[in-house]
Design a protein around this ligand. Structure first.
Ligand code: HPA
Length: 266
């Protein structure tokens, strides 16, 4: 089993990989180029969500191709990074949050692999959308490395690419959101449909609009990611090295009623 990494804003190459090479994977949604390599005894795949030059905005990311390609190339587990704004005073810029829930405020994105007709219809269970087993492993790894992480947090997925109004942030806060970003949905949902274990390491880059006293900027987000990137990378790779190969969670069975995605498309 391989582990996939999806690098978000400010995380454009894996680093630390031996024998790194680009591989091209054909999917029904277009070709995807992944980086493939090894970290100690583990096989690792890497994908920059927004492209290596941050050229793809959040609402135009080809989420279905990305998840399909990772699965096709052999990933069983996907660890995603995400730059987020914080709505929660306890989750401060520079801190890492292991997201465990989402609120979906996206508007215009393909949401599923199962578009009806011969593809079938799947109402996938997302009671616990982020793999609890992988979250626990990340938390234990962080403890071993003496890295402070928040073990849970609710991610509000906004459509973007603009940042939010202060009224939207007040609303998200009232609804129980802790963090706001633009990419976790549909990525996490597609990963579940594909039977992958998926976890997000969210890096707080700023307080959200209206909580922060200054205007938000992409530059600020990228700079904060740059400062915290080494810690995030160490946590990810240490977790990959020690992740149990046996998947004792229920993520794999999500689409069992429809058979595998590969069979579906033949
Ligand atoms: N809002 C949305 N997405 C983000 C933010 C934010 O404040 N910070 C980093 N990504």
């Amino acid at each position: 089993m391989k582990t996939g990494i999806i690098g978000g804003t400010g995380f454009y190459n894996p680093g630390l990989l031996d024998d790194e090479q680009d591989i091209q994977v054909a999917t029904p949604f277009g070709d995807v180029v992944l980086k493939s390599g090894h970290y100690h005894n583990r096989d690792v795949l890497f994908l920059a969500r927004h492209g290596e030059q941050h050229s793809v905005p959040p609402h135009l990311v080809n989420y279905r191709a990305n998840i399909w390609a990772l699965r096709e190339a052999g990933a069983g587990v996907v660890l995603a990074t995400a730059a987020v704004g914080s709505l929660n005073e306890d989750m401060k810029p520079g801190e890492i949050v292991l997201v465990d829930q989402f609120l979906d405020f996206t508007k215009s994105r393909p949401l599923t692999f199962f578009e009806g007709g011969k593809d079938g219809v799947l109402h996938v269970d997302v009671t616990h959308p982020y793999c609890p087993r992988v979250i626990q492993h990340l938390e234990e790894t962080a403890q071993d490395l003496k890295i402070n992480v928040h073990g849970k947090g609710t991610y509000v997925c906004a459509e973007g690419p603009r940042y939010e109004t202060s009224a939207e942030i007040r609303m998200f806060n009232m609804l129980g959101g802790d963090l706001v970003g633009m990419t976790s949905v549909p990525e996490v949902v597609l990963a579940r449909e594909a039977g992958l274990c998926y976890a997000t390491l969210a890096l707080v880059t700023n307080y959200a609009a209206g909580i922060s006293t200054k205007p938000l900027s992409h530059q600020e987000v990228v700079e904060m990611m740059g400062r915290s990137q080494a810690v995030l990378r160490n946590l990810i790779f240490a977790a990959i090295e020690t992740l149990p190969e046996t998947r004792s969670c229920t993520c794999q069975g999500a689409a069992a009623e429809l058979g595998s995605l590969g069979e579906k498309k033949e």
